[in-house]
Write a protein that binds this ligand. Structure first.
Ligand code: MLT
Length: 266
């Protein structure tokens, strides 16, 4: 379904009922990366996914797209759907957006699940690589970005033994517009450091990471989980950066336990 937020059209899906859980996708994918979670979760909660600006079926306006702008799109979607507070589940770029969302609208967050992500800003070298990648997307198209990213997004176990997942991720990337990919890269390059924000998070929080994540390794997840008071940490074996779609059963089990805990605190 399409909705107008912040002057752009945002595509979203809304299924199930009960506590609202909003899933925020990684770069350079789209909301279908959460299909395995929605299928299972929609019987237990209200599962909402969206294509961030620049991705999937949402508009790709001129860029860069700041994490704050993307967080604003999520907040506008919540308002349009009549949701005051939600559990946010953000993976990688979705985690950056979740932290930006928490900074801007803390009262709208019920709990945070941060997967395969980090709180720190880019190093100068990482920023440089991103700006080059943005220019490459515009010059050579989304398939060139898929060539670069697929070997980094998926862990060696998935890359070596699960061709259907490799294909699914490549297809998702190639369906995106170069403008959108470049806009998100430039926006991530400018994102602020959220490390200081972590210790003030007084909400249920869980950090998940794939044991084979090469982009945001387990040490990053440990930094994140120790930074947030009381946050849990789950390491998913044989999963890379896209832990939710490489090992959906393990990811869903952790997510379901977390949602139960948010509903009925121990
Ligand atoms: C992602 O998966 O969203 C990206 O790896 C994030 C990033 O490039 O920092």
């Amino acid at each position: 379904m399409l909705i107008k937020t912040n002057q752009i059209s945002v595509d979203y899906r809304d299924s199930g009922s009960g506590v609202p859980v909003i899933f925020i996708h990684a770069f350079p994918l789209n909301q279908t990366m959460w299909d395995d979670q929605v299928t299972e979760l929609q019987t237990q909660c209200r599962a909402i996914t969206l294509d961030l600006r620049g991705f999937g079926k949402s508009d790709a306006p001129q860029n860069p797209y700041s994490m704050d702008q993307m967080a604003g799109d999520v907040r506008d979607l919540m308002s349009a759907l009549g949701i005051d507070r939600a559990i946010l589940v953000g993976l990688s770029m979705g985690g950056y957006v979740s932290l930006a969302f928490y900074r801007r609208y803390p009262q709208s967050v019920m709990a945070l699940l941060l997967a395969d992500t980090r709180a720190s800003a880019d190093t100068p070298e990482a920023r440089e690589r991103r700006l080059k990648s943005a220019a490459k997307a515009e010059k050579d198209g989304a398939h060139a970005i898929a060539d670069d990213m697929v070997p980094l997004l998926l862990g060696p176990t998935t890359l070596g033994s699960r061709p259907s997942i490799v294909e699914r991720v490549r297809t998702m990337i190639e369906a995106n517009s170069p403008v959108g990919i470049a806009g998100a890269q430039r926006g991530m390059a400018e994102r602020s450091d959220s490390t200081e924000l972590l210790r003030g998070i007084e909400l249920p929080a869980l950090v998940i990471v794939g044991s084979e994540d090469m982009l945001t390794p387990v040490t990053e997840a440990e930094n994140l989980s120790t930074g947030i008071p009381g946050a849990g940490l789950r390491v998913i074996e044989r999963a890379g950066h896209l832990s939710n779609l490489e090992r959906p059963e393990e990811f869903n089990a952790a997510l379901i336990d977390f949602i139960k805990e948010v509903r009925i605190p121990r």
